[in-house]
Design a protein around this ligand. Structure first.
Ligand SMILES: Cc1cc2nc3c(=O)[nH]c(=O)nc-3n(C[C@H](O)[C@H](O)[C@H](O)COP(=O)(O)OP(=O)(O)OC[C@H]3O[C@@H](n4cnc5c(N)ncnc54)[C@H](O)[C@@H]3O)c2cc1C
Length: 506
């Protein structure tokens, strides 16, 4: 396991120890950086840290006042860190995501990866982190690693010299400002900047895109009453865990559950759904269900709803669509919260404690790169010379805005052979035609069926893009030239030293 006490963090810790209540030093104001990261979601944070650890002078630009993107600003996700293990129980993903998980566990704000009986045998292993503390830790890590933050600032364009991106244009309270960079990393999730740079992309017709959502969280649930109901009616729940178990075996596991959080996620409530719909007290865009958001330091749970407000037919790159969806999703949130209070045992006194401040965007553009990750790569457990991380997440499932929510298999559901893993190649981050630009996050180059949009995937590509950008600066090469085998080996050594898993699991 990598030592996540970088030299910079040791310096930070020593400074804080000398003056525990002292303020953070103000960063130098500069308009010239080695690496500029656009977007401060999970991919952008991982990229900025990895680039700084590679010795680069790094600026992270984010349009919001907070970093974290879908992890905490518009989240939290139902399963915060999932799929770090494959269904055989082998660790598949580590590195920055593992480091932050371990740090939060040490602080009492995360739970160990959940390999409980209910989940066992599935690849759906949860590793919960508290999203609020996660967000606070991310700010601290930026300070530790010396990443300069420019928040409340929208990147609106790139500056180009021929095909080379040499900087970005930002709009903020200072006006329209130019920043120079040797390498730019595009982590906006939607690829707005990549498109302005002239990159090729794929975007489905509006009506084919997965629905976009607003999440909300409820507190004040009587979990004893809730669990008693579920144990008495396991047939009302969509059972998870090893798919080879019979229904009766799964029901028996449900009857034996001691801690309600073992479910991690619960969907179904079929009879209530039928009645609520007949009474016009549940909308047509989702089934009934929620995720358990643990607050590990106080040992209790919140119910987190991320599939209860789903707006179909929305293009993530159309502000008129987005404005409509923000409104429609909140209408659905109200219906869903009231529906739970009225129908679901234990929810009578529940109340909303958090509504996502903006839509969570499930599907948008994918930026086409030197390699396009395919559904068959997942099915074949493909190995690549330029592996920058492992993945076990299946391909082919698509969300729909109806009671089925997760409609599996539109493109043929595909898992890696023997419940193992496949490689994520570096080239999915190198956009065609445009130089000095790397893409990390959910819009990397992949077929729709292999969309790399889950949090753990975005942190893998983020960390690799940051390390690659710093290496490009050091070697004086472009991200595309870095695809050469000799450079890739150097990149892989850096990633290994940062705890990334590149081999040893199949
Ligand atoms: C409803 C829903 C549920 C999900 N549930 C899960 C789950 O349970 N588990 C899981 O692993 N994944 C889940 N996902 C997927 C996952 O949360 C996201 O795909 C992932 O967080 C995306 O990370 P990212 O870094 O690519 O983008 P984001 O987190 O979206 O970050 C992009 C950042 O860029 C900023 N930005 C955008 N444009 C600009 C600009 N021009 N200038 C400056 N800043 C800009 C944004 O403000 C944002 O902070 C879910 C997604 C949705 C929509």
């Amino acid at each position: 396991m990598a030592d996540y006490y970088s030299e910079k963090r040791r310096e930070y810790d020593a400074r804080v120890a000398a003056d525990p209540m002292g303020p953070l030093p103000r960063p130098e104001r500069s308009y010239k950086y080695d690496v500029i990261v656009c977007g401060g979601g999970t991919s952008g944070i991982a990229a900025a840290v990895a680039a700084a650890r590679g010795g680069a002078k790094v600026l992270l630009i984010e349009r919001n006042g907070s970093i974290g993107g879908q992890m905490n600003v518009s989240g939290p996700p139902g399963f915060s860190y999932a799929y770090l293990y494959n269904a055989r129980g082998e660790r598949v993903i580590d590195g920055f995501i593992g480091e932050t998980h371990r740090r939060l566990m040490e602080m009492g704000h995360a739970r160990p990866s959940d390999l409980n009986e209910y989940r066992s045998g599935s690849d759906y292993v949860f590793s919960y982190v508290d999203p609020e503390w996660w967000g606070l830790l991310m700010f601290q890590i930026m300070a530790e690693e010396g990443v300069t933050l420019l928040l409340h600032s929208l990147v609106v364009d790139v500056i180009k010299n021929g095909d080379n991106v040499v900087g970005v244009v930002v709009e903020n309270a200072e006006g329209r400002v130019n920043f120079e960079a040797k390498v730019v990393i595009e982590c906006t999730g939607e690829g707005d900047i990549a498109v302005r740079a002239g990159c090729e992309y794929e975007l489905l017709p509006r009506d084919d895109c997965e629905p976009q959502s607003v999440c909300f969280t409820m507190d004040g649930v009587d979990w004893d009453e809730f669990l008693a109901y579920v144990k008495a009616h396991p047939d009302q729940i969509d059972p998870r865990g090893n798919p080879e178990r019979s229904k009766e075996e799964r029901y028996e596991i449900i009857r034996n559950i001691k801690d309600v959080g073992e479910f991690c996620e619960i969907m179904g409530f079929y009879n209530f759904l039928k009645i609520a719909k007949a009474n016009k007290e549940w909308h047509d865009f989702a089934g009934m269900g929620f995720f358990f958001a643990p607050r590990p330091d106080v040992g209790r749970y919140q119910a987190h709803f991320q599939h209860s407000a789903q707006v179909p037919g929305i293009w993530s790159c159309d502000p008129w669509d987005l404005s409509y969806a923000e409104q429609e999703a909140r209408r659905q949130c109200v219906i869903a919260a009231n529906g739970f209070k009225k129908y679901i045992p234990g929810f009578k006194n529940a109340y909303i404690t958090r509504v996502g401040v903006e839509l969570r965007l499930r599907e948008g553009r994918r930026i086409m790169g030197d390699y396009v990750l395919k559904r068959d790569d997942v099915a074949n457990g493909q190995r690549f010379y330029d592996c920058i991380g492992k993945n076990t997440f299946a391909a082919g499932a698509v969300h729909v805005a109806n009671a089925n929510t997760l409609a599996v298999g539109k493109y043929g559901y595909a898992s890696p052979p023997d419940k193992g893993s496949y490689d994520m190649p570096y080239r999915i981050m190198v956009p065609r035609k445009v130089e000095n630009l790397l893409i990390a996050g959910k819009h990397v180059s992949a077929e729709r069926a292999t969309y790399q949009r889950f949090l753990q995937e975005t942190m893998v590509t983020g960390q690799a893009a940051g390390a690659a950008a710093a290496l490009c600066v050091k070697l004086g090469v472009t991200p595309r030239q870095l695809e050469a085998e000799e450079y890739i080996k150097e990149l892989q050594n850096i990633l290994r030293s940062q705890g990334v898993i590149l081999e040893g699991v199949h």
